[in-house]
Design a protein. Structure first.
Length: 432
C-alpha cells in the first residue's frame, strides 16, 4: 500500500469517465496523488466508479468491489469507497450486503468524498495531471439525466430528469481544454439532441455545437447519443457547414419493427426512422452513422427480427453495435412484460445481426482504399502507429494502422493514404 496515493477505477461508459475526471481533479486540488485505472491497485484510498446499466455491467462492478474488499482485508489497499450508477440505485442493498466498503456514494454526491476525507496530512508537492484519456482528446458531458422513459432502460431511474449544463459553462470548459492541448472533443449526454429543452423548451444543440466549432484550436468535434424522435434537423446544417465538426453521428435506434418500437416506448415509427436516415445522408453526404440495436426484447418475433436484419442491410450503417435484451428491475418492461425470448434465441439473433454488419463494415472500409484521409495519431503498438479518421470514435470504431520510417507524434494530424483494409480497420502510409 502506497501512502497518500489514490486509485480511481472507472467502470462503464464515457459519461462515468467524465465523473471520474471531476473527482480526480478535486482530489488533486486537495493535495492527493492520483492514478486512474492502474495495472497495480495499491492506493491508500481506492474509489470504484460503478456501472449499473445492464446485468453484465452490474455483475462486473460487484465483482470488482468484492475483489478490492479482499485486497483491503489483506492490507494491500487502505480505505475503499464506491460511487456511481450502481451505488446510486442500490445503495442500501450494497451497504447491507458488502459492509466492508468504507462508504458508498451515488451518481451525484461523489464530490462529498473529498470533504469527508479532508486534505492529506502531507499534501503531495509534485502533483502531475492525471489524464484518463490521451492528452489530445477529451469527453465533454453537456447534460445529466434523461426525460425519456424507454421501456427497457434503467438510466432515468438512476440519473433522474434531464438537466442541461449552461452553455457558457460548457464553452469555458472547451476553451480550458484547448489551452491544455486538447484538439478533439467527444460530446456526450444521455440524450444529446434534447439539450436545452429543460431551460426554455427549445433544443439548443445546434447553437451549442456551432459556438463550440468557432473556438480557435478545436480541431474535431464528434457527437454521441442522439435520439431519433423530434431530431433537430438544424444540427445537420452545423455538421455540414463546419469543417471541424466530424461527419459522424451516434444515434441509438434500438429496433425498426413498429411492433417493437411501440412496445419499447420509443415514440418513433419505422417510416419516420427511415425518412430521418435518408434526410441525414442527403444533408450531410459522406456522414458516418453509428447506431445501437437490441435483439430479444419481450415479444420479438422471428418476423420482427427479420425486419431488423433487412433494415440493417438497407441502412448500411458505417458503425453498428448490438446487444441482447437484459431485464432491469423497476423498468416498464420488467414490470409489464414477460422476458419470453430464450437466451439461446437472443444469442442466435445477435450473432446473425453482427454477421450481417461485419460484411457491411468490410465493404465500407474497402471503399476508402485509394483515398487520403486526415488522421490523428493515438499511440504506437509494435510496428504500427495507430490513428483514427474523423469517422472513428476512440475505442469503439475502426482504426488506421500506419507504418512509417519517420517518427509520428501522438496527438498530431497527418494525411494518410489508405492502401488496404480488413473487416474493421484500415492500413496506410503518411503522405505530404
Amino acid at each position: 500500500m502506497k501512502k497518500g496515493l489514490v486509485n480511481v477505477i472507472t467502470m462503464g461508459c464515457s459519461k462515468n469517465l467524465v465523473d471520474s475526471e471531476a473527482l480526480i481533479d478535486k482530489f488533486q486540488k486537495a493535495g492527493y496523488l492520483c492514478k486512474h485505472d492502474p495495472k497495480r491497485i495499491d492506493g491508500e484510498i481506492v474509489v470504484i466508479n460503478t456501472c449499473g446499466f445492464i446485468e453484465d455491467a452490474k455483475q462486473e462492478s460487484i465483482d470488482t468491489i468484492l475483489e478490492l474488499v479482499q485486497a483491503k482485508e489483506e492490507g494491500r489497499i487502505g480505505k475503499l469507497f464506491v460511487m456511481g450508477c450502481l451505488s446510486q440505485r442500490y445503495k442500501s442493498e450494497l451497504e447491507e450486503e458488502i459492509p466492508q466498503v468504507d462508504k458508498y456514494y451515488g451518481k451525484f454526491d461523489f464530490r462529498q468524498l473529498i470533504d469527508d476525507l479532508g486534505s492529506p496530512a502531507q499534501p503531495c508537492q509534485d502533483v502531475k495531471p492525471c489524464v484518463t484519456t490521451p492528452s489530445h482528446y477529451a469527453y465533454v458531458k453537456i447534460s445529466e439525466g434523461c426525460d425519456r422513459r424507454c421501456a427497457y432502460c434503467a438510466i432515468p431511474l438512476i440519473t433522474g430528469k434531464h438537466v442541461s449544463r449552461p452553455k457558457e459553462e460548457i464553452l469555458d470548459e472547451v476553451r480550458s481544454l484547448v489551452a491544455k492541448g486538447v484538439k478533439e472533443f467527444q460530446i456526450i449526454a444521455q440524450e444529446l439532441t434534447y439539450y436545452g429543452v429543460d431551460l426554455d423548451g427549445k433544443r439548443h444543440i445546434a447553437d451549442l455545437i456551432s459556438d463550440m466549432a468557432a473556438i480557435k484550436g478545436v480541431e474535431w468535434i464528434r457527437l454521441h447519443y442522439a435520439y431519433p424522435n423530434q431530431f433537430p434537423m438544424e444540427l445537420l446544417d452545423v455538421i455540414r457547414d463546419n469543417h471541424n465538426v466530424c461527419k459522424y453521428l451516434d444515434i441509438a435506434l434500438q429496433h425498426i419493427s413498429d411492433n417493437m418500437l411501440t412496445r419499447m416506448h420509443r415514440h418513433v415509427t419505422k417510416e419516420e426512422t427511415m425518412a430521418l436516415i435518408e434526410q441525414i445522408r442527403k444533408t450531410v453526404p459522406g456522414l458516418h452513422l453509428r447506431t445501437t440495436l437490441m435483439v430479444g426484447f419481450p415479444g420479438e418475433t422471428e418476423e420482427d427480427f427479420k425486419e431488423l436484419v433487412d433494415f440493417v442491410k438497407w441502412a448500411k450503417f458505417e458503425r453498428m453495435g448490438a446487444f441482447a435484451y437484459s431485464e432491469e428491475e423497476g423498468t416498464y418492461s420488467a414490470e409489464h412484460y414477460e422476458d419470453d425470448v430464450p437466451a439461446e434465441v437472443k444469442q442466435r439473433r445477435l450473432d446473425k445481426l453482427m454477421s450481417v454488419q461485419q460484411a457491411i463494415s468490410a465493404e465500407v472500409e474497402a471503399s476508402k482504399v485509394g483515398s487520403t484521409l486526415r488522421t490523428i495519431i493515438d499511440r504506437k503498438e509494435g510496428d504500427y502507429y495507430i490513428g483514427r479518421t474523423e469517422f472513428c470514435s476512440p475505442e469503439v470504431d475502426p482504426e488506421v494502422l500506419i507504418k512509417s520510417d519517420k517518427r509520428l507524434r501522438t496527438g498530431a494530424f497527418y494525411n494518410v493514404h489508405i492502401t488496404d483494409s480488413d473487416d474493421f480497420d484500415l492500413y496506410g502510409h503518411v503522405v505530404k
